[in-house]
Design a protein around this ligand. Structure first.
Ligand code: UPG
Ligand code: MN
Length: 408
């Protein structure tokens, strides 16, 4: 009898999550095997890293086997990413498995989950009558896989993701016995509900699995030079820094002294890192293919489809910067537009020169960013808007400095 934890990785970005997840499982001394499903997109160096960390690395080749359900699916390529998760049912070398999203972190031993039946999962915080499909107990079976694939063709997914598929397939879950219902401690996510904080204070020490749901994953967070994480945008408020730090602590324990576990060039990293790369003249990571339905992106979830153009629009910021840089302002010669601003009539103090120099630097940085965004070098459109936000704040600060120095 062989049992395993299973995760899924369809690109190098999620691979980093899976590597840390695997280490977290070893850290809590699981006695079970650890398996990962990968797809063709995962690069060879990353596969090697995964082979080091996992007992089983299984390449799933969606939509090209010869059974009836898969043939039907060939006509529905949009279900591809959604469906990859159901390939877990094909791991029939195992008698029972626990699926874990690559964005989960195990902080206490959870081997007792293998005592649960299929399907066992925790309620989704957004709609508790559905289960969250980031952590679930299942029984591999070729027959169930076929039925799941047929179900995908006939019914589809009501949310475009695997959660909407699995919840209608296992529609008995809400009324099934207590053995099918996992405690929130096995799929805990920090959230905005008013009840979250006090409950976390009381029960937080009991948490066993943290799930970083949403678009911003721990590996997108920026860190200080001493390794502390810091929130970089208002778009990532749901993961408490505390948990993200826990994730990075596992990363540091296992990977910080070795070479980066996956090629950083392939990672949609945090925007602060991108700004630093630009400063050092490095190329930004290539844009990855959109990986989720539009509605997920709309909800700031796991999809990544192009963001509205306005998020990329730096022209207003550039214009304000031009005003801060006397040479530029006069060079662009916008006649009649506040040329006699009190700012420039005041004496050219050292401080003003400094402000102007900083503004120039920001200006060229933004120009680089803009061309990077246009060339599609941003893996994640939200990063562009995050950069936009950061630059905006910097310009505000400069303007404020300038105001206070010119009124002195
Ligand atoms: O490009 C992708 C996207 C996802 N995954 C894998 O699929 C999982 C699910 O995606 P994720 O970004 O973690 O989704 P969540 O933010 O957790 O969003 C929710 O919605 C998803 C779609 O229904 C469900 O799969 C999740 O369990 C549910 O928590 C990931 O952890 C990975 O294992 C990839 O390998 N590559
Ligand atoms: Mn997830």
């Amino acid at each position: 009898m062989s049992e395993a934890f299973v995760t899924l990785v369809t690109n190098d970005g999620y691979a980093l999550g899976a590597l840390v997840l695997a280490k977290s499982l070893r850290d809590v001394n699981t006695t079970r095997k650890i398996a990962v499903l990968i797809t063709n997109e995962v690069s060879e160096p990353t596969r090697n890293r995964l082979r080091e960390a996992f007992d089983v690395v299984s390449l799933v080749n969606e939509l090209n086997t010869h059974d009836a359900a898969n043939l039907a699916l060939l006509g529905r390529p949009e279900l591809g990413v959604t469906l990859t998760k159901i390939y877990a049912w094909k791991l029939t070398q195992f008698t029972k498995c626990v699926f874990l999203d690559a964005d989960t972190l195990v902080v206490q031993n959870v081997d007792e989950l293998f005592d649960r039946p299929e399907i066992a999962a925790a309620p989704d915080v957004g709609w508790p009558d559905c289960f969250n499909s980031g952590v679930f107990v299942f029984v591999p079976s070729a027959a169930t896989f076929e039925k799941l694939a047929e179900h995908a063709v006939s019914t589809g997914s009501f949310d475009g993701g695997d959660q909407g598929l699995l919840n209608t397939f296992f529609d008995y879950w809400p009324t099934a016995g207590p053995e099918h219902r996992l405690s929130f401690l096995y799929n805990m996510n920090a959230n905005q509900s008013y009840s979250y904080k006090p409950a976390f204070q009381k029960y937080g020490h009991l948490v066993k699995i943290i799930h970083f749901i949403g678009q911003f994953k721990p590996w997108h967070w920026a860190r200080t030079s001493s390794g502390r994480v810091y929130a970089q945008t208002q778009e990532a408020p749901t993961h408490s820094e505390f948990h993200v730090q826990q994730w990075w602590n596992v990363f540091d324990r296992h990977y910080s002294t070795s070479a980066p576990p996956v090629s950083l060039a392939a990672l949609p990293i945090g925007f602060s890192g991108n700004v630093m790369r630009i400063q050092h003249g490095e190329a930004l990571p290539p844009r990855t293919a959109p990986s989720g339905p539009q509605y997920l992106a709309d909800y700031g979830r796991s999809g990544s489809s192009p963001a509205p153009a306005k998020q990329y629009d730096f022209s207003n910021i550039l214009h304000r910067l031009d005003v801060l840089i006397p040479d530029k302002f006069h060079a662009t010669g916008e006649a009649g537009k506040a040329p006699q601003s009190p700012v420039y009539s005041s004496q050219a103090t050292e401080q003003l020169q400094e402000i102007s120099a900083t503004a120039s630097k920001l200006h060229s940085q933004i120009a680089e960013l803009e061309s990077g965004i246009q060339a599609g070098r941003y893996a994640n459109p939200s990063l562009a808007s995050a950069v936009h936000q950061e630059v905006n704040t910097a310009v505000n600060e400069l303007a404020e400095k300038l105001r206070s120095s010119s009124t002195k």
